[in-house]
Design a protein. Structure first.
Lengths: 237, 189
């Protein structure tokens, strides 16, 4: 094996155990020194990496299905949806949401439950540029109102809803806690749907080429925020 | 210091939750540390890892083989990073702000060397840093790295060669160039 091939293979994988590679070390102290140095470099990289501190609570945050995790919340959201469906069927005779409208409702509520543990911990506003980037990714734009109506956004992420829809999830602070604004570019629903849930309240509102949801805790005043968002949202063509 | 990863085989069978929990136990620290190198920011890395495992949970049924679990997670991680974070990646984090664990067993000069190596890795372009860390930290073969990065095997080996050459050159300028490898290798590519 010539020096070029040896150098190439040693740098590509110092732990190459092919017999021809190991055989090329025989009687070549310079090659052995180079290989030892490269192995030491790999060892040091592993050492540096092992010293990157893994956040203490990360493992808990990744926990799957238990009372507080995704499956639990999902089941909770589904149960809440069933209550909502029953409510519509038995007490709201004027309007019966379609299956797709209910599916949108379920997906939004489920998503809010899933994201709540994350956005609840964030109180620092993010830049409007970051908000615009997320909105653009979801095919929507929002004009930042001025003065007293200026939106303070602490969380903005593109989210998958129900496995097929793509929307923008923003969170702003209300008087009683975080309030979610979800904007989804999809066929507008027939009419506004109330979110009825033990924890959250709000409305899903058709808006030109998409749907908008404002969802907050039970005690929250949402009407003004709904009006602000509704007046400033634009859907991409 | 965080707890060491639990090295036990991923539980097979229909119990989706147990199988998932086993996968998290086994890989979350490696996934976080790779995410850290990828994003160069611990907070963004934490968000990215949560997104990654959320995606993994949702599509868990598509994971056919436990042997492929780690590569599958790293692929999801890279895809999520590209989708969510690459466009507004924060500035490179100052070394003083990085969550590197202090280890009293390390002598000051050893800590200094580790800091220098950390900075040197950060200086590598991502096209070289990514395959190197997948190999050294992830323990992936050249073929697996090629699949994760969607490159051919020769390109991966070339990038690994250059990654180590550049790293050595950053740490000890001139040392790598004194050898025949890099210059000659350029002619082959």
């Amino acid at each position: 094996m010539d020096d070029l091939e040896f150098h190439t293979r040693a740098h590509s994988n110092p732990f190459d155990e092919d017999s021809d590679f190991l055989g090329a070390l025989s009687g070549r102290e310079d090659r052995r020194r180079l290989l030892d140095e490269l192995k030491q470099l790999d060892h040091s990289i592993r050492l540096v990496t092992q010293h990157i501190e893994v956040p203490n609570r990360l493992r808990q945050k990744l926990a799957a299905p238990d009372n507080r995790s995704w499956l639990g919340r999902r089941a909770f959201a589904y149960a809440a949806s069933l209550v909502l469906v029953a409510g519509f069927v038995f007490s709201t005779m004027q309007y019966r949401p379609s299956a797709s409208e209910l599916a949108l409702h379920d997906a939004m509520l489920e998503h809010v439950y899933a994201e709540a543990p994350r956005y609840e911990q964030i109180t620092v506003p993010i830049s409007w540029l970051e908000v615009e980037t997320v909105l653009a990714d979801a095919g929507v734009s929002l004009h930042q109102p001025e003065g007293e109506e200026t939106l303070i956004i602490t969380f903005a992420k593109v989210c998958g809803l129900g496995g097929t829809l793509r929307g923008a999830h923003l969170v702003t602070m209300g008087k009683n806690g975080p309030v979610s604004v979800i904007l989804v570019r999809s066929t507008p629903i027939g009419r506004s749907l109330d979110v009825k849930d033990p924890r959250f309240q709000g409305r899903i509102v058709p808006s030109n080429d998409g749907n908008m949801a404002v969802i907050g805790e039970q005690a929250e005043e949402l009407q003004r925020l709904e009006q602000i968002i509704s007046s400033n949202v634009e859907w991409s063509i | 210091m965080s707890e060491p990863p639990v090295n036990r085989p991923i539980i097979l069978g229909n119990n989706r939750k147990k199988r998932y929990e086993s996968l998290v136990d086994r890989f979350y620290q490696d996934v976080f540390r790779y995410a850290y190198w990828l994003t160069r920011n611990p907070s963004v890395a934490e968000d990215l890892v949560q997104e990654t495992f959320l995606r993994a949970w949702r599509s868990f049924d598509s994971l056919q083989s436990d042997d492929a679990a780690k590569a599958w997670l790293f692929t999801i991680l890279r895809r999520e990073n590209a989708r969510m974070y690459e466009r507004y990646r924060p500035e490179l984090v100052d070394i003083d702000d990085v969550s590197i664990q202090e280890d009293d067993r390390n002598e000051p000069d050893q800590r200094q060397k580790m800091t220098e190596l950390h900075n040197a890795i950060m200086q590598l372009e991502s096209e070289y840093r990514d395959p190197l860390l997948l190999q050294v930290v992830g323990g992936f073969s050249g073929k697996e790295i090629a699949e994760i990065l969607d490159l051919n095997n020769n390109t991966v080996m070339t990038r690994l060669f250059r990654a180590r050459s550049k790293l050595r050159d950053i740490l000890d300028p001139g040392a790598a160039r004194d050898e025949t490898g890099d210059e000659a290798h350029e002619e082959l590519c």
